[in-house]
Design a protein around this ligand. Structure first.
Ligand SMILES: [Fe+2]
Length: 312
């Protein structure tokens, strides 16, 4: 299912890897199959976004499919500047989830020291020329590319100018969307890769990244996952954030292997279980819906009709 060049399988879960997959052979990614999948997605499991053009001031807004057919939705994505994320295959699309499970089993077989958990996958269907703004993700990520081509920009997660500690905390505490301040001059230090169908990428935990689609409809799967080390790191940053906010303490260590790290992870788990911090979490607001008369165009909602989009 998954092929690495040289010894690269050993890097998976820790650092940058660029490898091959064979998802296309499943036949699950044709327009017909994607249309079918879109049609059965419940509102609380999808995210539809419209963004400004590559190179323009970054703006990222959420919207609704407006009950259109899967075929119409695909046409709207082909003609517009849209990004559709069909979340949580484990709940909604087990057939697709199986592909991912098989691939992770294959990766762990090729890298016997690796143990991954908490896999959550989503299909990303996006327009020619669409982009994903500079951001960092909470878990580790594997991006499996299936149709079209995109340029992925990856930045150093250790560079505090690119990723200040307090911004990472805000993301992990879900006080903000994953977007971060970005300066185009940072591109000269970034890695950029043109991702072709049949290839996948994974990168260092919390590494900031952004994506520019090239000129066709793009289809990818993104899988969130953790390794034991990245789970501890998440716990440390989560608890540091709460200590800073609730106790006025300024913790400095983010080392996931210290003794304190294990205590912080336990604290993070306890804080999450009681829903501590929930009130500070951000909401996603619906600002537009697809125009079901003209694919690729949007109906803008006036302020008094905009409302939070339920997500689970
Ligand atoms: Fe991401």
């Amino acid at each position: 299912m998954v092929t690495f060049s040289n010894d690269e399988a050993n890097k998976f879960g820790d650092s940058f890897v660029h490898f091959r997959h064979r998802f296309l052979e499943s036949g699950l990614f044709t327009d017909d199959k994607l249309a079918e999948l879109i049609e059965r997605y419940p509102r609380e499991f999808y995210v539809l976004t419209n963004m400004t053009k590559q190179g323009d001031e970054p703006v990222w807004r959420n919207g609704d499919l407006n009950g259109v057919s899967g075929k119409f939705a695909l046409e709207a994505i082909k003609q517009g500047r849209l990004w559709l994320c069909l979340r949580r295959f484990d709940v909604v699309a087990p057939q697709y989830d199986e592909l991912i499970k098989d691939s992770f089993r294959d990766i762990e077989r090729q890298n016997p020291g690796l143990k991954t958990s908490d896999h959550k996958s989503s299909m990303l269907i996006s327009s020619p020329g669409a982009r994903v703004l500079y951001h960092a993700d909470v878990p580790m990520v594997s991006l499996w590319h299936i149709r079209g081509r995109k340029r992925v920009w990856l930045y150093d997660p250790e560079n505090k100018q690119h990723l200040p500690e307090t911004s990472l905390e805000k993301i992990i505490l879900r006080e903000t969307e994953e977007e971060l301040h970005y300066d185009p001059s940072w591109d000269q230090d970034a890695k950029n890769i043109i991702l072709e169908p049949g290839y996948a990428l994974s990168w260092r935990h919390n590494a900031p990244h952004r994506v520019d689609n090239l000129d066709e409809l793009n289809v990818s799967i993104t899988t969130d996952f953790f390794t034991p080390m990245t789970k501890r790191r998440y716990g440390v940053i989560y608890t540091n954030g709460h200590m800073r906010r609730r106790l006025g303490i300024n913790p400095s260590s983010t080392n996931p292997n210290s003794v304190a790290a294990y205590a912080k992870c336990a604290a993070a788990l306890a804080l999450k279980k009681v829903g501590f911090g929930k009130s500070g979490e951000r909401e996603m607001i619906q600002e537009f819906k697809l125009n079901h008369h003209k694919p690729g165009t949007l109906i803008e909602l006036p302020k008094n009709q905009q409302h939070p989009i339920p997500q689970v």
